[in-house]
Design a protein around this ligand. Structure first.
Ligand code: PMP
Length: 506
């Protein structure tokens, strides 16, 4: 990674951060300001070192408050959950309570959702098998006592029939869970969550290690019906009807959960429409599959609401939160689980040493205070600043149609897609595009020439991400405009020397 950063000319050291500005050191060791549009991969909704967040951390530590006091009463955790429930209820117009399981990173909060969904599915399967065991005992008894007869194909052997039913059920129950995720998704890079991340380069080397997901085409959520048909399985049960034992089929809960982002971040900043969200919700309800909405990147206010999913009316069974929840300084995450689905036993089988630490809880409470202050002014600010940036990007797409393809996203979660240059006349630009490096080359140029920091999204590398804090200023937007106009003009002219230096240097 160091070699790659050096090659791109972005191997700088940052020594200070405040708001949307990072300071790096130049060759002479002098501090140089850089405008940060990468925003900590989306974690800096409130910018670097937000004064209230920093003050909370200082006073928490200054007071000698306990950071780690696991398995004790932790009223701050309850306060975080009460505040988040208030937000869920306001944004989704529901009164259903959500429980919370704390963790330390985005991928971990996804793993918690994965585990809980599978735990819930296992308990459901066990309950169905328990009922079947009772029915089998009743049927066996009825046949032995002469009160019932067997189906014709059972050859009069009740033990053989019971053996067949039990073996078939054991085989079905042992199947791994099926998870659904959308094409283009990114849900983390730990062992379980990685299998929900669509990018094959990340996922495939580790495919043997965890349950697999079936990927649903982003534009065609109706495909869930076909997948449901393909994955359908049944458990066998015995019923007594009119003095006869009958073998009946019962639906097996094959699906543990569907995971989705309402605005895909690493997949190139792509938003699902209200219509797509409605279809997904309807189809998942029909097949009894809970919906996990991953708000790790889109949540905590940057789209103009705390939950981006509330803007498309999609109420989830689970939410995963991380990044901005820690105010840019705490590594904290949370999985919210709808009360109806929550299995209290889960709290006894899952734990994590650093989860729910006192410092993170104090920071998270301050983050929620800042976001919710003055009737949610922060959300309006995100929407308004996002609109300004969107207008800028639209005007650039109009001005440089040969260079820019489109702008996507909502609020302060925006992506600007550059056109593919893999057939460009300029050889070094062409090679960079063919190696999927063009976005990084542009990022390097923006940093070196304009002191602007951004990156491509992880799995759609022609799309640059813009996720500044809600405190983005007009001057910062103007600086970005100048820089992007310069990039577009130079790309339009195929001025590869601007991006790579004199040809002889390579
Ligand atoms: N889900 C989404 C939507 C994300 O954007 C990310 C991080 N980019 C993750 C999960 C994983 O979070 P982390 O890097 O904290 O594990």
């Amino acid at each position: 990674m160091q070699d790659l950063l050096a090659l791109l000319g972005i191997d700088v050291e940052y020594v200070r951060g405040k708001g949307n500005t990072l300071h790096c050191l130049d060759e002479a060791g002098k501090e140089v300001p850089v405008i940060d549009y990468a925003g900590g991969y989306g974690a800096l909704v409130l910018g670097h070192n937000h004064p209230e967040v920093v003050a909370t951390a200082k006073s928490f530590l200054g007071a000698g408050s306990p950071v780690l006091a696991q398995a004790s009463r932790q009223p701050a955790a309850g306060r975080v959950l009460t505040r988040l429930n208030d937000i869920v209820h306001r944004e989704f117009g529901t009164t259903e309570p959500y429980y919370g399981v704390f963790s330390n990173s985005g991928a971990e909060s996804v793993e918690v959702a994965l585990k809980h969904a599978e735990f819930d599915r296992q308990l459901t399967v066990r309950a169905i098998l328990g009922e079947i065991t009772e029915h089998v005992a009743l049927a066996r008894e009825a046949v032995r006592s002469g009160a019932a007869t067997l189906p014709d194909d059972a050859d009069g052997d009740v033990d053989a029939l019971v053996g067949r039913v039990t073996a078939a059920n054991a085989a079905v129950a042992a199947r791994p869970p099926v998870f659904l995720a959308l094409e283009g998704s990114f849900h983390g890079k730990l062992v379980g969550s990685l299998q929900l991340t669509h990018n094959a380069a990340y996922r495939m080397p580790f495919a043997a290690m965890a349950a697999q997901a079936r990927f649903v085409p982003f534009e065609q959520p109706e495909a869930i019906a076909k997948i449901a048909e393909e994955e359908r399985a049944v458990l066998l049960d015995l019923r007594l009807e009119g003095g006869r034992v009958r073998v009946v089929e019962r639906d097996f809960p094959a699906f543990a959960a569907l995971f989705m982002e309402v605005i895909q971040g690493e997949g190139g900043i792509r938003a699902v429409t209200e219509e797509q969200a409605r279809t997904i919700r309807r189809m998942c309800t029909a097949i009894g599959c809970p919906v996990v909405v991953d708000e790790i990147q889109s949540g905590m206010g940057r789209t103009g609401a705390f939950f981006a999913s509330s803007l498309v009316g999609l109420q989830a069974d689970y939410y995963t939160l991380a990044k901005g929840l820690g105010g840019g300084i705490a590594k904290t995450a949370l999985t919210l689980i709808k009360g109806q689905r929550f299995r209290p036993e889960f709290d006894l089988v899952h734990s994590s040493t650093f989860a729910k630490d006192g410092l993170s809880l104090a920071v998270t409470l301050t983050v929620l205070d800042v976001l919710e202050a003055e009737g949610g002014q922060a959300y309006q600010q995100a929407a308004e600043r996002g609109e300004r940036l969107t207008q800028l990007f639209r005007s650039l797409v109009d001005a440089y149609p040969q260079v820019l393809k489109e702008v996507r996203g909502k609020g302060l979660m925006l992506g600007l897609e550059f056109r593919d240059l893999s057939n460009a006349a300029a050889p070094r630009l062409r090679e960079a595009a063919r190696a999927d490096m063009l976005g990084y080359v542009i990022s390097g140029y923006l940093l070196r020439a304009h002191r602007i920091r951004t990156f491509p999204t992880a799995s759609a590398v022609n799309t640059l991400r813009f996720e500044p804090s809600i405190y983005l200023t007009d001057d910062e937007i103007a600086a970005l405009e100048g820089a992007l106009r310069d990039v577009c003009a130079k790309l339009g002219d195929q001025d590869e020397e601007a991006f790579f230096g004199p040809a002889s240097a390579h």
